[in-house]
Design a protein around this ligand. Sequence first.
Ligand code: NDP
Ligand code: 8X3
Length: 265
Amino acid sequence: GKRLEGKTIVITGASSGIGRSTAAEFARTSPNNLRLILTARRIDTLKQIAADITKEVGDGVKVLPFQLDVSKPEEVSSFVEKLPEEWRDIDILVNNAGLVKGVARAPDIAAEDINVQFATNVTGLINMTQAVLPIFKSRDEGGKGDIINIGSIAGREPYAGGSIYCATKAAVRSFTDALRKELIATRIRVIEIDPGQVETEFSVVRFYGDRSKADAVYAGCEPLTPDDIAEIIVFAAGRRENVVIADTLVFPSHQAAAGVMHRKV
Ligand code: NDP
Ligand code: 8X3
């Protein structure tokens, strides 16, 4: 509610899944005065999502769809200066864009898959953070703003067939923890949220568009929905300024570890 009023929020990977749900959840929670910058590669999808949000909550929430590939360093470094002036005073960055490619094991992992996962999940997240931090640091008390990084259970518990993805999420975790220490003298909150199994386009992307393989991942399971994670992200952002939800691991009931799932058959 009130604590989010007037904020400008950037969400990466807002065209699908957790990012898309997070945009809608911010809008519902603070419908009167909010600016949402929705970024991803699929600009037409972002425009549709922006229209849907306006239809749902009205124009108290201003939504800016912005095409941005976080794996392209030059797009990220010019992102802030390309924003219209009234959109540059960013308060919250949700680093959500990310992907997994394949289930191959070493030595058979495609170079392209290795590179795209690191370029998006790790370098993209770091570059976005560096692009936005100067805005946060320019504020009083050493700086103010929220960086919310989406990690994963995979970053805590590596599994066979996910070595690269798991390594990227472990890197997110390390970067996030170091950053929180670097910003100790500021009011900048560094927040990590680590979901377990959430049903989104994640597995469709993992299996290069093969929906039946993606569906098999969730067969007999009751995964989280992207809205479940969105609620937690918005809750974390809406706490009193002195409260940092530093680190959160979120499972559905029938999951207890990366590969420990109770399946109904
Ligand atoms: P989705 O595939 O549904 O959404 C991923 C989003 O990331 C899309 O909006 C996609 O947009 C965007 N994206 C991918 N590559 C880029 C890029 N280079 N530049 C900008 N945006 C990009 O998956 P989820 O919602 O599940 O994933 C969101 C985050 O949650 C990821 O970081 C993922 O690792 C993490 N996560 C997911 C879990 C799950 O089980 N689903 C569990 C734990 C963590 P576009 O294609 O338009 O660019
Ligand atoms: C997604 C969770 O365990 O399917 O980040 O890789 S897992």
